[in-house]
Design a protein around this ligand. Structure first.
Ligand code: SF4
Length: 173
């Protein structure tokens, strides 16, 4: 049996990015694939956005809430509610996963160092809305970004945590 692991669809080579491109992750497609059953998801496509589409970014509104909007004001696109609702709904059916690989820097999928733009021009770092929900609702789930998996120590640690959770889940069966 293969180990169930979630992954941002663009890392599997799917052309789902805002610019129609992908971010194929060789480590997943070649090294992990023999042992892992990947479940791909693109949260932005899942809420009905097309590809190509306007690039999104996290913006802090005047009330201090973090919103997910088109980076270009002319589009007036705000998908915060749609992304939050989709994230809550989809994460509720992901408790069987043993790990998740997300795409770095994305305002939907990024795990850390995702830019949050403030009206005063300052920038802070945060987490993409889908991954924030994933980590809050499944706090035991090992989650890593593609960029961090270039580090051999982090990679080894991530694989060990996935396997430990898989073994644990097998014991519960
Ligand atoms: Fe879709 Fe996430 Fe990849 Fe963006 S980072 S293209 S939302 S899977």
């Amino acid at each position: 049996t293969k180990i169930p692991v979630g992954i941002s669809a663009c890392l599997m080579g799917e052309h789902v990015r805002f610019d129609g491109g992908h971010k194929r992750l060789i480590f997943a497609l070649e090294d992990l694939a023999p042992y892992v059953a990947f479940e791909h998801l693109c949260p932005e496509m899942a809420i009905g956005l097309p590809t190509p589409r306007p690039a999104l970014r996290l913006v802090k509104d005047p009330q201090g809430e973090i919103t997910l909007r088109a980076s270009n004001d002319k589009h007036q696109l705000d998908v915060t509610d749609a992304m939050e609702a989709f994230s809550r709904e989809s994460v509720a059916s992901l408790a069987h996963l043993c790990g998740y690989i997300v795409c770095a820097k994305s305002p939907s999928c990024g795990m850390e160092r995702v830019r949050i733009y403030d009206k005063d021009g300052s920038r802070k770092n945060g987490t993409g809305i889908f991954t924030r929900t994933l980590q809050a609702r499944l706090p035991w789930l090992p989650v890593e970004e593609d960029g961090r998996l270039q580090d051999p120590a982090l990679r080894e640690n991530f694989v060990a945590r996935i396997y430990a959770l898989y073994e644990f889940n097998q014991l519960l069966k």
